[in-house]
Design a binder for this molecule. Structure first.
Ligand code: PLP
Length: 401
């Protein structure tokens, strides 16, 4: 599709990055499963430093025709100029951190975010001389207070996995920009259908493509989307040299999943609305969080920043949460008790509060207390799938007892 400027998300998810419509060219995308491409001594140099925008395909860790389509489609959906695909969400995020930050730099990070990111930032970056401060990014003033002279990057996740707290992207973008820092937003749980962080002032958007963008839970993938000027050095240093490239076969699965992104997200949201309403009145449940509900403490921000509230719900129970987790794992028949999220089939997983505070977040007293306040002794993370909503509610009702 040539001119994507005015197209809507459903059209872009199907067509952006398509091959030119020449007679005889396949209509469907097929994966180009080749590690290398025919070349010539005059075509491209041997080093990644010789790579130019117009360089032909050379080696699949540098670029690949199937990944070109995926990257163009992601960039169009996020209203960015360019994108880079990686083998997983963690590969994308670690490539961004290691590509942008050097010894002596400072990173400000959402104190609640995907555990792998929190652990990478707390345990590994300091070993490379990168200073990290984790803050309550649901409070823009706390982000501002954490900035230092050497802050290069602010990284936030909204909605945050696993508790679905939100951060105000435009407010934090303004704060970061005023301090000369860049802002990256992990928008995995929102999807580009709900929120377009670049248009709200962020410099980078990252996604775990493993989740809603693929949508079927059958492959891993990750991406960074930004301006062409920001993506170009990341391709050379962070993709080609760190090497976390996405397989073309996985790119093809993700492209296929993305074709139904918009109707899937509408169904996820509709089902989540009904499941949340059921959970909110269940006697065993202490609190339930879904950004689309007025019961969510940050619903006003959600309504301003999200055009789709997705299928992610979290809740905590009144009694012993580990006991309830065991009961649910044994009794659920439609939901699977499993990690991950954003796929067609419904998933539920329990995250004990003290475990995640200790192993991943390392929060100090007041922030740990605020987290405990939100989650009780454990969060149940629910990824509401595309089954009939009534079957999901019946399943939860019989399993919760
Ligand atoms: C918000 C978020 N970001 C990043 C990741 C990491 O993605 P991946 O598992 O594809 O490496 C996850 C995984 O659950 C996630 O939920």
């Amino acid at each position: 599709m040539k001119n994507t400027a005015n197209a809507g998300s459903a059209t872009l998810a199907l067509h952006a990055g398509d091959a030119a419509r020449v007679v005889g060219v396949p209509v469907a995308v097929s994966p180009v499963l080749s590690a290398s491409f025919h070349t010539h001594p005059d075509a491209v140099g041997f080093s990644a430093t010789d790579l130019a925008e117009q360089s032909p395909h050379f080696y699949s860790r540098w670029s690949n025709p199937t990944l070109d389509i995926l990257e163009a489609r992601l960039a169009a959906l996020e209203e960015g100029e360019a994108a880079l695909a990686f083998g997983s969400g963690m590969a994308a995020i670690s490539a961004l951190f290691l590509g942008k930050l050097k010894a002596g730099d400072h990173l400000v990070l959402s104190d609640v975010c995907y555990a792998g990111v929190a652990e990478l930032a707390r345990h590994m970056l300091p070993r490379h001389g990168i200073d990290v401060t984790s803050v309550d990014s649901s409070d823009p003033a706390a982000v501002e207070a954490a900035l230092q002279r050497n802050t290069r990057l602010v990284h936030i996740e909204t909605p945050a996995n696993p508790i679905l707290s939100l951060s105000d992207i435009s407010a934090i973008a303004a704060i970061a920009r005023a301090a000369g820092a860049e802002l990256s937003v992990d928008s995995t749980l929102a999807t580009p259908l709900a929120t377009k962080p670049l248009s709200l002032g962020a410099d980078y958007v990252v996604h775990s493509l493993t989740k809603y963008l693929c949508g079927h839970g059958d492959t891993l993938g990750g991406a960074i989307i930004a301006s062409a000027k920001r993506i170009e050095p990341l391709r050379r240093d962070s993709l080609i040299h760190l090497g976390g490239a996405l397989s073309p076969h996985s790119a093809w699965l993700i492209l296929r999943g993305m074709e139904t992104l918009v109707p899937r997200m509408q169904l996820h949201e509709g089902n989540a609305r009904q499941v949340e309403a059921f959970l909110a009145t269940h006697p065993a449940i202490r609190a339930v969080y879904w950004p689309g509900s007025e019961r969510h403490p940050q619903h006003a921000l959600a309504a301003r920043q999200m055009r789709n509230f997705s299928g992610m719900i979290s809740f905590c129970v009144k009694g012993d949460s580990l006991g309830m987790a065991r009961q649910l794992a044994e009794k659920l028949k439609v939901f699977s008790y499993a990690v991950s999220l954003g796929k067609t089939k419904s998933l539920l997983f329990h995250i004990p509060t003290e475990d995640i505070l200790r192993s991943s977040f390392g929060l100090e007293k007041t922030r740990a207390a605020a987290y405990r306040d939100w989650t009780g002794d454990g969060t149940f993370r629910v990824s509401v799938g595309l089954e009939d909503a009534q079957d999901l509610i019946t399943d939860l009702a019989q399993a919760l007892g």
